[in-house]
Each structure stands twice: as structure tokens, then as C-alpha cells.
Design a protein around this ligand. Structure first.
Ligand SMILES: C[S@@+](CC[C@H](N)C(=O)[O-])C[C@H]1O[C@@H](n2cnc3c(N)ncnc32)[C@H](O)[C@@H]1O
Length: 349
């Protein structure tokens, strides 16, 4: 019996290509969890000293050797491990980024994005789109930062702070290289987490006194980091609420703060900085800025994550300028600093 072609072969090829593209996209969550397992079972750390077999890594992690092999094979296909012969695996340059405690590590970021808080919230994501706001409360019984502030979630909160430090690593160098703090005596890193950015600026300017304003649970981490870098004598970490008030300073750093909040909340934070800023002072906002519609744009993915877990969003430049105008600031300069982030420099308007 003759087969009836469903469609012509060019159409079949085109459909197969499109289907492959969709499959690639939809399995992104599986890939993220595969990286999480790699980070969680410390695979990169175990292989860092030299190539190892899955059995050797499994023994060190008290894991099943066969599933460890399947994991390492998958990670190898993602380009984070290379293989020597059939059974030995080594780290690729990309794989080194999953090591712990190395400059440029993204391990904490990989873990936190797939930990309980973020992952549970994705379950409700279609509802977030429908409702026009995050459903994080449904997922966690609390907002994200309230959740992290609970003592029982302190390990996840510490991981989040480290992950913010990982992200900072992508941009701090670019900010420090492009920002001259001569004449700036005091700077506040508003919601500064471990203080990576302010401590980076202090390291290059011995005259600069720095402060992190953070939620109470995050203050100790910032103090520890300052001591670790030998900068504690010029550094304070203050427990507070940037929606209520911010300490006076010559310079405010607001890195990845605006994207957490809605327009009214951002205006409140910016107004509090504007009211407290010393004469002649300024502010630096560090954020991803969404580019041209329809172009591949990583910031639009981050925007979905913001809708997932926060009340905020990634914004276009015009949206940022509207926030600045509404809170007494004016953008005078902007420049890219790596990792897809830009610095927006503000002066009082
Ligand atoms: C997305 S993180 C950015 C951290 C840091 N600026 C960075 O770029 O690495 C937002 C930070 O804001 C802090 N935060 C949230 N609400 C706050 C509030 N009301 N007052 C002060 N800090 C707050 C959080 O604890 C968190 O560390």
C-alpha cells in the first residue's frame, strides 16, 4: 500500500528544526537541575586537582557510582567536563566556574536558583502572569526576603548572599575600573548583601569609608567579608530598612535593588537616598537595562525570574529615567560594566 505523504519534505524538515528548538528551550529546567546536582555533589571540586572517574567522585560523595557516571556524562555533554578515554573526566574552563571558593565561581548562584524558594515559586508562574504579580507568597507563605529572614531558612539565606557575591564578581571589576571615588568620603551600599561592591571600591581608595545598609539577618555576613578583606576599620554594616530611611552619604550604590521592586517601591527607596544625600553627592544604580524589542536579550529572562520571586522587574532605560525623575534624581551618564549590567550615574535634579 502506498504511503500518503503528510506534507512535503521541506515542511517536515522545517517542522523538525522548530521542534528541536522548542525541545532545547523547554529542557532548560532540566539543564539547570543537572548543574545544581553537579554543584551540590561538588563534582568540580573533586575533579579540580586532576581527572577522576565517576566511581572515584561517587566514593568521595558517598553517592551511587552509576548515577554519578550518568550525571558526569550529561555534564560533559553540556561542556563543563571533558573526558579522557571512556571513564575519566576533567574540568573544562567553563567547568571551573562550578568550583567553590575560586575567583569567578558561580556555584552559589547555580545552587540558589534551583533551591527551594526559587524553584517552588516557578510552579505558580503562569498564575503570576495572569494576576500581574508574583505568587511567591503562595509558594513560600512569605515574600522572598521575609522567607530568608526566618531562622529556619538561614542556610538558604547565606547561600543567597553568596550567590549575590558571585553575581557581583561579574560586575564589580567593571564598576571599580570606571568609577573614580576621589573626593567621596562616605558611601552606602544600599541593600549591599556581603558588601562586595563597596568593599571593591574601598580597596582601591584608602580614603573611602563604606557602609552596607541591610536587613538584620544579612549584617554579620557583610562584617565578616570586610574583616576577611582587611577593611573593617573603615567599614560599618547597619541593620535597617531602605523603605524607611537611609544613612547620609556622599555616594549611594544601588546594585540589583531596583529590579526587586515595583515602581512605587523604587521611588520610595530613591527618594530616601535623595533626602539623605550630602551636598554634591550622587548615586550609582547598577542594573540590566532591557534593549531593543525582539532581539535576543538575557535581561528579559531575568525579568521573568523577577516576576517569579519578587515584586520587581527588569526595565527599559525610559522606565528607569521615569523613576529617577519621580524621586528627584537625573541620569547623567551610563556605561556597561560586564555580565550584561550597566551603571546609571545619578545626580540630584
Ligand atoms: C538582589 S539583592 C542585591 C544585593 C547586592 N546589592 C548585590 O548586588 O549583590 C537585594 C538585597 O536587598 C536586601 N534588602 C531587601 N529588603 C531590604 C530592606 N527593606 N532594607 C535593606 N535591605 C534590604 C536583601 O537582603 C538583599 O541582600
Amino acid at each position: 500500500m502506498a504511503r500518503i505523504p503528510l506534507t512535503d519534505s521541506a515542511e517536515v524538515d522545517a517542522a523538525a528544526t522548530e521542534a528541536a528548538a522548542i525541545l532545547e528551550l523547554l529542557t532548560g529546567g532540566w539543564v539547570a537541575q543537572t548543574l545544581r546536582a553537579m554543584a551540590s555533589l561538588n563534582v568540580a571540586d573533586h575533579v579540580a586537582a586532576g581527572a577522576a572517574t565517576a566511581e572515584e567522585v561517587a566514593e568521595r560523595e558517598n553517592a551511587d557510582p552509576r548515577t554519578m557516571y550518568r550525571l558526569m556524562r550529561a555534564v560533559s555533554s553540556l561542556g563543563l567536563l571533558s573526558h579522557q578515554g571512556a571513564r575519566r573526566f576533567a574540568l573544562t574552563t567553563r567547568g571551573h566556574m562550578l568550583r567553590s571558593d575560586v575567583p569567578g565561581s558561580l556555584r552559589a548562584l547555580v545552587l540558589i536558583q534551583n533551591e527551594h524558594a526559587h524553584w517552588q515559586s516557578w510552579e505558580h508562574f503562569p498564575d503570576a502572569v495572569r494576576a500581574g504579580r508574583t505568587q511567591v507568597h503562595k509558594a513560600l507563605g512569605a515574600d522572598l526576603f521575609e522567607y530568608f529572614a526566618k531562622p529556619e531558612n538561614s542556610a538558604e539565606a547565606a547561600l543567597f548572599a553568596r550567590a549575590m557575591g558571585d553575581l557581583s564578581g561579574l560586575v564589580t571589576h567593571g564598576v571599580v575600573a570606571n568609577v573614580d571615588t576621589a573626593g567621596v568620603a562616605s558611601a552606602v551600599d544600599v541593600g549591599g548583601a556581603d558588601g562586595d561592591l563597596i568593599l571593591g571600591l574601598m580597596a582601591q581608595d584608602p580614603g573611602l569609608h563604606g557602609q552596607v545598609l541591610e536587613l538584620p539577618h544579612a549584617v554579620d555576613g557583610a562584617l565578616r567579608e570586610a574583616r576577611k578583606r582587611g577593611l573593617a576599620d573603615r567599614f560599618t554594616a547597619t541593620a535597617g530598612d531602605f523603605f524607611t530611611t537611609v544613612p547620609a552619604a556622599d555616594l549611594y550604590l544601588l546594585k540589583m535593588i531596583m529590579h526587586d521592586w515595583d515602581d512605587d517601591q523604587c521611588t520610595t527607596i530613591l527618594r530616601n537616598c535623595r533626602e539623605a544625600v550630602n551636598e554634591g553627592g550622587h548615586a550609582l544604580v547598577v542594573e540590566m537595562v532591557i534593549g531593543e524589542l525582539g532581539r535576543p536579550d538575557f535581561a528579559t529572562r531575568v525579568d521573568m525570574n523577577m516576576l517569579n520571586v519578587m515584586h520587581g522587574m527588569e526595565r527599559e532605560m525610559a522606565e528607569y529615567d521615569a523613576l529617577f525623575a519621580a524621586s528627584g534624581w537625573r541620569r547623567v551618564r551610563d556605561f556597561p560594566v560586564g555580565g550584561g549590567y550597566s551603571v546609571l550615574e545619578l545626580v540630584p535634579s
